[in-house]
Design a protein around this ligand. Structure first.
Ligand code: ADP
Length: 495
């Protein structure tokens, strides 16, 4: 168990200026330029990261290419690769608290959640794929007797992994784990506003014995580093988590360059559907509140639309507001905090603008709605509930990525299904009911990648995570995620 004094001992630890990691070497950007890293906890300058240029990015891609072509990693015996990845996971575990605190100072997630969801789940993910390395078999096709079809699984090549700021280690591990386990080389581009723990995670991979050039890190702006990666003729696959707008640009860049594969996880507007027959409505309210307000709503799968059966609407919303009011928002490094900071001032302004628009369009501000704790210098917002939201309101259609819940009543199961499916997104959702058949029907009818039943959140690395519709394509986690990082090659023999 972590205690508060261990966290407090790390909260002001100086952070040296950061480096790029290219071809196994820590270095500055070719231009010498740096970006300030500002803490969302108090607006203070934490350190600087190199402002990666096109030239830096190109150098990282070429290092990754060489590492792939000369087989320094994919040519190693699987057992040796597995040992290195398991050592990496052990090093992450030894540095767990340091990584969690560093990450929180950079991105604002409450530490209680960060410990589990960040280093905790990243370590589990790296171990999961490390263990899988020597369990990937090719196939022999069921052919006629005079021929033989062999199906080889080969690493794809150079993978560009572009990561957002909400869970840098967890989402980073979702990409790095299977990409490296499959034998690929990687260029990693962390978010401008949450790179520090991910840089450290990559450094530990080299310490664990990953050969130079196999994992490279380039910090800097999306429109410079990310664009260079997406237009490169030498990147074979892009794996991305972030906004729909960027996802679209990646597809365009792929089409304009080498038609690299793009796997996109683009957020959601997930419906959490509560039926009147739910067994424990208080529990449903508390879990639904956590399902949107943890990490200040900065969760791709957040249950940001609450659909409630009309007969219980008023009571349920009152219960939910009680749960929201009880959530302790504040110092992300305090173990008792339940919702930390909004990651950056632009996001905070966007959240507040959504609240205004929601009201202008006819929604009712039922709870919260304000920036709070301004005296800290950090970026904090109250859990916010908007009721009377119609399906065409902006707050019912667009992802806020903040602690803002849109509530809409429904009449019956058919109405609930129609409303749940009435956005362009299809990432996650939830259903609360004591009727088993209804639960299964809802799982079938909701057009999303994940449906939670009588809970919200928490699936581990054993199950796939990915969206349908404009929430993206491809899956992270589970053995299914592995498939993105392999090519199939057929060998056809005449015997
Ligand atoms: P968010 O709103 O969650 O920050 P973004 O899509 O802007 O979503 O950012 C997610 C990641 O995508 C970040 O690492 C960011 O730097 C990167 N990114 C932003 N713009 C581009 C771009 N044009 N090309 C490639 N990557 C980009």
């Amino acid at each position: 168990m972590t205690d508060q004094s261990q966290i407090d001992a790390l909260r002001d630890k100086p952070i040296p200026p950061q480096n790029l990691l290219i071809d196994g070497e820590l270095c500055q950007s070719a231009s010498g330029a740096t970006d300030d890293v500002i803490s969302p906890l108090n607006g203070a300058l934490l350190t600087t990261t190199p402002a990666g240029t096109r030239e830096d990015t190109e150098r990282a891609i070429q290092a990754a290419r060489r590492a792939f072509d000369d087989k320094r990693w994919r040519g190693m015996p699987p057992a040796a690769r597995k040992k290195i990845m398991l050592r990496w996971a052990d090093l992450l575990e030894e540095n767990m608290l340091d990584l969690a605190v560093l990450g929180v100072r950079n991105n604002g997630t409450e530490i209680g959640m960060a410990l589990k969801a960040e280093p905790g789940s990243a370590i589990a993910t790296i171990r999961f794929y490390a263990e899988a390395i020597d369990k990937v078999y090719g196939e022999i096709a069921p052919t006629a007797d005079d021929v033989m079809g062999l199906i080889h699984k080969e690493a794809v090549g150079v993978v560009a992994a572009i990561i957002p700021w909400n869970f840098p280690l967890m989402i980073g591990a979702w990409k790095l784990g299977p990409a490296l386990a499959a034998g690929n080389s990687v260029v990693l581009k962390p978010s401008e506003t949450a790179s520090l723990s991910l840089i450290r995670m990559a450094e530990l991979a080299l310490e664990a014995g990953l050969p130079p050039g196999v994992l490279n890190v380039v910090t800097g702006e999306g429109k410079i580093v990310g664009e260079t990666l997406s237009h490169s003729m030498d990147v074979d696959v892009i794996v991305f988590t972030g906004s729909g707008a960027t996802g679209r640009r990646l597809l365009q860049a792929s089409a304009a360059s080498n038609m690299k594969r793009c796997y996109l996880e683009l957020g959601g507007k997930s419906a959490n559907v509560v039926f009147a027959d739910t067994k424990n409505l208080s529990e449903a309210a508390a879990v639904s509140a956590a399902g949107i307000f943890r990490n200040s709503g900065q969760v791709c799968v957040a249950g940001s639309r609450l659909l409630v059966e009309r007969s219980i609407h008023d009571d349920f919303v009152a219960e939910l507001a009680k749960a929201a009011a009880a959530i302790r928002v504040g110092d992300p490094l305090d173990l008792t905090t339940q919702a930390g900071a909004v990651n950056n001032p632009t996001q905070l302004a966007q959240n507040l603008a959504f609240v205004e628009t929601a009201q202008a369009e006819g929604g009712t501000l039922y709870h919260g709605g304000n920036q709070i704790l301004q005296d800290t210098g950090g970026y904090f917002m109250e859990p916010t509930i908007i009721t009377d939201v119609a399906e065409d309101h902006t707050v019912a259609q667009k992802e806020v990525f903040g602690p803002v819940l849109a509530v809409t009543p429904f009449e019956d199961e058919g109405d609930a299904i129609r409303l749940a499916n009435s956005t362009d997104y299809g990432l996650a959702g939830g259903v609360w009911t004591s009727d088993l058949s209804r639960a299964h029907r809802m799982v079938r009818e909701m057009r999303t990648g994940v449906v939670h039943v009588n809970t919200y959140g928490g699936p581990d690395v054993t199950v796939p995570m990915g969206g349908v519709k404009q929430s993206g394509n491809g899956h992270d986690k589970s053995l299914h995620a592995f498939e993105k990082y392999f090519d199939l090659k057929t060998a056809w023999f005449k015997l």
